[in-house]
Design a protein around this ligand. Structure first.
Ligand code: LLP
Length: 422
């Protein structure tokens, strides 16, 4: 365990029994105790999401690999491991963190994209599952390991899907995967090198609401299974949508479970071949378990609205500025105040707007505003921009709040810098 992560439980006895959501009172108490800005993760909510997957896919031969890139705090990884979920990694370092968290190699998947072959060799030495996404690396892998190490191919299925173009990964102009139209060349490489292709993988995007998109992916893959006699697994990636806005609908996971079972049973009957299904959900597992609490520093006029300037910025939560993402905001210290229009903005030295013309209960300087859906790709995409400290992170588990990452200090900004005689 690294020195910067505190394992000592800072016990905090909550006044209320744990429910599916953390209450305003609980969040206010955390902010008072641990300071702001503060990321809060509700462990039981993570488990609940994983259990929903298990229930919805009951009866299917399915494995879920949590897409670690969404949130990699080691305590979160360990908690997810203890739920029984597997893990999907997008870099060799994530794979190493997975090992630190206690995942067995058999339960670690590395879905790579445009990486150096040396990194694939390292993953092979770790004994983990690997999905390779270029013919160039596939050829190198085949030449080196031949039939000795089963491997997966990440295909680009040419399907447009996902919440916005930045998070769409399976379309015909996307950098991800081996284009489906290059399948002949793939088969040539397999033939020449004797590769053992165990898995075919696709990941078409994030925030895919429509179950039919997954069905289309299955159809595309079923079409090419015939070329791979040793295939055991179809990996459909991640991308399940969760609600962000009031009225938003997430992916209908029950329907997806039913559809997947039907499709794979049909395939098995028709071709007398059994295939296992893998998924790599990130947002679905952790997004709704996360809360990001900030404090209002200043109020300023903003035309019809009012600027609420908070003690955080795009350095800590970049999704609104980067993707135009919507995060629900609640005023947890004045929830019954008269509703007014606010532009919630950060403290970074460039435009960093979290929300424009948002109706919120009256905001006063010193109020705490909480951003919802702050579990996935929030802390994980944070930076030290403007030399501001990264926020602290806490995990709430079985009614106790644990500090799982301390707030930065000045030495953290200098750490790793070499001082020369400049
Ligand atoms: N598998 C692969 C190969 C992926 O590239 C991703 C996400 C996932 C699984 C998990 O997708 P999820 O279930 O979380 O949608 N930073 C963006 C999302 C980028 C997703 C990148 N790949 C955001 O904040 O919306």
């Amino acid at each position: 365990m690294s020195g910067s992560v505190l394992t000592e439980p800072l016990l905090f006895y909550l006044r209320q029994p744990m429910s599916e959501e953390l209450s305003h009172e609980q969040l206010v108490a955390f902010a008072d105790q641990f300071g702001t800005p503060l990321y809060v993760y509700h462990a039981e909510r993570i488990k609940e999401q994983y259990n929903k997957l298990l229930t919805s896919f009951a009866g299917a031969d399915v494995r879920f690999f949590y897409a670690a890139k969404a949130l990699t705090n080691i305590n979160i990884l360990r908690y997810i491991k203890n739920t029984g979920c597997n893990i999907d990694c997008s870099s060799i370092n994530e794979a190493k963190l997975a090992v630190v968290a206690g995942f067995e190699p058999e339960n670690i998947l590395y879905t790579s994209n445009n990486i150096a072959f040396e990194e694939i060799e390292e993953a092979q030495r770790m004994g983990i599952h690997i999905n390779i996404d270029s013919i160039s690396n596939l050829r190198k892998f085949g030449l080196k390991f031949g039939h000795n190490y089963p491997v997966g191919i990440r295909l680009r299925p040419n399907i447009m899907a996902g919440g916005n173009l930045k998070i769409s990964t399976g379309h015909a102009d996307s950098k991800f995967g081996v284009p489906l139209e290059d399948i002949e060349e793939v088969l040539q490489v397999v033939k020449e090198t004797g590769l053992f292709i165990r898995t075919l993988h696709i990941h078409t995007g994030s925030e895919i609401q429509d179950v039919e998109v997954f069905a289309k992916g299955i159809e595309v893959l079923f079409d090419v299974v015939k070329y791979f006699p040793e295939l055991e697994v179809i990996d459909l990636g991640g991308g399940f949508k969760v609600p962000y806005k009031p009225g938003d609908e997430g992916t209908d996971i029950e329907l997806l479970g039913k559809k997947v079972k039907e499709e794979f049973e049909w395939f098995e009957k028709k071709y007398n071949r059994h295939l296992q299904v893998w998924f790599e959900p990130g947002k679905y597992i952790v997004s709704e378990a996360g809360y990001f609490i900030s404090k209002v520093n200043v109020l300023k006029p903003a035309g019809e609205a009012i600027f609420a300037g908070v003690d955080t910025g795009l350095n800590h939560l970049i999704r609104p500025m980067f993707y135009g993402a919507y995060h629900e905001i609640e005023n947890i210290t004045n929830p019954t105040g008269e509703k007014k229009l606010y532009n919630v903005v950060g403290n970074i030295c460039e435009t960093d707007t979290f929300a424009e013309d948002r109706l919120l209960p009256e905001v006063r300087e010193g109020d705490y505003l909480v951003f919802r859906n702050a579990g996935a790709y929030c802390f994980e995409m944070s930076s030290h921009y403007n030399s501001r400290f990264k926020p602290a992170e806490i995990m709430v588990k079985e009614n106790n709040a644990y500090l799982i990452r301390k707030r930065d200090e000045l030495k953290d900004l200098l750490s790793g810098q070499a001082e020369i005689n400049s």
